[in-house]
Ligand binder design. Structure first.
Ligand code: PLP
Length: 388
């Protein structure tokens, strides 16, 4: 499908067909894994299809990059070795020492660490702001210096919601770009480029890959010049996704729509169950009408996702006990795979923000609700919450 045609088709059609035409020679319906570092040239500089060296381009990666662009309604997708590799490439392509970025005050711990321990040393300053508060983001912008406004929505693990359209206007007024980390929502539930964002970031390790079998990252943009700048840095910095990883990620992406619907169905049941459980003091889920970001989430997301956080009556000890007692929910970091995961953000994914303004509550438990049989998930949580 051409890009023009692709963007007119439905999400699942794009996820399955965009970016790749069956192989001309064999008719292979699925992009082969091109395990090659280099390509024979037909005379010096006579490249076949533009392929020269696999850091610069590889056909398995090209196919994935095409479908990533299509599912985010972007112009160009770029695949990286991890989400953080994508983030670092983006930051160093679009900022210079002396510049400034606004980041979420409850950013994913690894993103905060990247800004605080790596980009800061390089000379990029940052200010954390509550992305659910447009005025707070506006106030954190340093006119002339702020080049990036970085948003996660929903955030990890507090599930705060940022209004992408409003934040894009604020960033653009200040001459900055709006970057949206769309990992938690996935492109099935939310397409930030259609709401005014300039760059979408993904940890494709999560819902896009969807099977907890690959680490990867992606950037998607709609502007040609921006695409060229990022593609230049992708090659110049070299943190590309390898062909095996691209194959796995691409395979996962084909079923994103059906997986996400089941993640959402199960998450809604889990939220209802936890909401009436005596050991739970608070359930955090953007789908709840009581969630402060519910109206914005309802406007910009198709459904509310598979991530659920909750706080328990018994404090940190009970939170740890719940995490360690669950059996169907596997105790582990990461999220977005078909299997349900449970974790204690304070000691696990967000340990890197302990002692900072971004510290998360100690009685918080985070669930990545998978696509197993819902009744088994509820019974498992009931057992774990009752464990002593
Ligand atoms: N962004 C979010 C929201 C994440 O949850 C993660 C990882 O957990 C990342 C970025 C980083 O991605 P990766 O672990 O693939 O480097």
């Amino acid at each position: 499908m051409t890009q023009e045609h692709t963007h007119k088709t439905g999400f699942e059609t794009r996820a399955i067909h965009a970016g790749y035409e069956p192989d001309e020679m064999t008719g292979a319906v699925i992009p082969p894994i091109y395990a090659t570092s280099t390509y024979k040239q037909d005379g010096v500089g006579g490249l076949r299809g533009g392929y020269e060296y696999s850091r610069s381009a590889n056909p398995t990666r090209t196919a994935l990059e095409g479908v990533l662009a299509a599912v985010e309604m972007g112009e160009r997708g770029l695949a990286f070795a991890s989400g953080l590799a994508a983030e670092d490439t983006l930051v160093r392509a679009l900022t210079r020492p002396g510049d400034h970025a606004v980041i979420p005050d409850d950013a994913y711990g690894g993103t905060f660490r990247l800004f605080d321990k790596v980009e800061k040393v390089w000379g990029l300053d940052h200010s954390p702001a509550a992305i659910s508060d447009v005025d707070a983001v506006r106030a954190a912008i340093q006119p002339g210096r702020t080049k990036l406004v970085w948003v996660e929505t929903p955030t990890n693990p507090m599930l705060n919601v940022g209004d992408i359209e409003a934040l894009a206007a604020v960033a653009h007024d200040a001459g900055a770009l709006l970057v949206v980390d769309n990992t938690f929502a996935s492109p099935y539930l939310q397409q930030p480029l259609t709401l005014g964002a300039d760059v979408v970031v993904h940890s494709t390790t999560k819902y896009v890959g969807g099977h907890s079998d690959v680490v990867g990252g992606a950037l998607v943009v709609r502007d040609h010049e921006l695409a060229d700048a990022l593609a230049f840095h992708q090659n110049a910095m070299g943190a590309v996704a390898g062909p095996f990883d691209c194959f796995l990620t691409h395979r996962g992406l084909k079923t994103l729509g059906v997986r996400m619907d089941r993640h959402c169905d199960n998450a809604e049941k889990v939220v209802e169950f936890l909401g009436s459980h005596a050991a739970v003091t608070e359930v955090i889920y953007p789908g709840l009408e009581s969630h402060p970001g519910h109206a914005v989430a309802a406007r910009q997301m198709k459904r509310f996702g598979g991530m659920v956080s909750f706080r328990v009556k018994g404090g940190v000890e009970q939170a740890l006990r719940v995490c360690e007692s669950a059996q169907v929910f596997t105790l582990g970091e990461s999220l977005g795979g078909v299997e349900s995961l449970i974790e204690h953000p304070g000691r696990m994914t967000h340990a890197s923000v302990a002692g900072t303004d971004l510290e998360v509550p100690a009685d918080l438990v985070r669930l990545s609700v998978g696509i197993e049989t819902a009744e088994d998930l509820l019974a498992d949580l009931d057992r774990a919450l009752g464990a002593s």
